[in-house]
Ligand binder design. Structure first.
Ligand code: IPE
Ligand code: IPE
Ligand code: MG
Length: 238
């Protein structure tokens, strides 16, 4: 694949864990457990393809409204998974980053997340950005509060405010390139409040495959589809 046809940043909405488990007569939790293993394998596959950024939607702001036992299970799974995978992240050059309202997470999960981010900060091969308690509306609201504070303290001028790109410096994703390709598994064709501003010119790819069934072949299918797209960014190509 030619360099310009390889995305630099892939975002994934990892959807379908619950249905995958229920179809097997198992509890939804089992699907989340399986989904964690698939994330680990997908991360390696993405890194092996020379793609330097992977952002995954692991838990949305709206997901807090799920039954309490499911929420607690996911939060424990995250803490355990991060603890278990951090040594591998370090070995494989993975830098962990988080986006979302991290202060909302249970103390144990937040502490493990901060510890894993600190331990992996030297990772040079790929950035794994995990969206937790994330929604685009929360992100924009957070950005506005910080912009207002910076205007009040005169760190920002009215000229700065007139720059449409200013918002990017205040989003959780600040400093990362915009996603080139966004994959959603699980059959739904919607963004569910994920990276709404960042995906302004992202290529979208939807697959019916449920997240626990996602594998390297599925990833390569999405990458091949991406390579066939003509990205114009509003211009006319010669
Ligand atoms: C995605 O899978 C994982 C989270 C939202 C935490 P779901 O749990 O939404 O699975 P389905 O969509 O109900 O099958
Ligand atoms: C989106 O999936 C959130 C994550 C994958 C973490 P949902 O299952 O929560 O989204 P909806 O409810 O189908 O829109
Ligand atoms: Mg879902």
């Amino acid at each position: 694949m030619m360099k310009e046809q390889t995305p630099q940043h892939i975002a994934i909405i990892m959807d379908g864990n619950g249905r995958w488990a229920q179809r097997k007569g198992l509890s939804r939790s089992y699907g989340h457990k399986q989904g964690t293993d698939v994330l680990e394998r997908t991360l390696s596959a993405v890194a092996d393809r020379g793609i330097p950024y992977l952002t995954v939607y692991a838990f949305s702001t709206e997901n807090w409204s799920r039954p309490e036992p499911e929420v607690s299970y996911i939060m424990q799974l995250l803490a355990k998974g991060l603890h278990e995978y951090t040594p591998r992240f370090i070995k494989e050059g993975v830098r962990l980053r988080a986006i979302g309202d991290i202060d909302q997470l249970p103390a144990e999960t937040a502490a493990q997340l901060r510890d894993s981010m600190e331990q992996t900060k030297g990772g040079q091969r790929i950035t794994l950005c995990i969206a937790l308690s994330y929604s685009s509306y929360t992100e924009v609201s957070h950005a506005i509060r910080h912009i207002v504070a910076d205007v009040q303290s005169r760190r920002l001028s009215s000229d700065d405010l007139a720059r449409p790109e200013l918002i990017n410096d205040y989003l959780y994703t600040s400093g990362m390139p915009m996603p080139d390709l966004l994959i959603r598994t699980g059959g739904e064709q919607r963004l569910s409040n994920f990276l709404l501003l960042q995906s302004a010119y992202t290529e979208l790819y939807f697959t019916d495959t449920l997240w626990p069934d996602f594998d390297e072949a599925e990833l390569d299918k999405a990458l091949a589809d991406y390579a066939s797209r003509q990205r114009r960014f509003g211009k006319v190509l010669q």
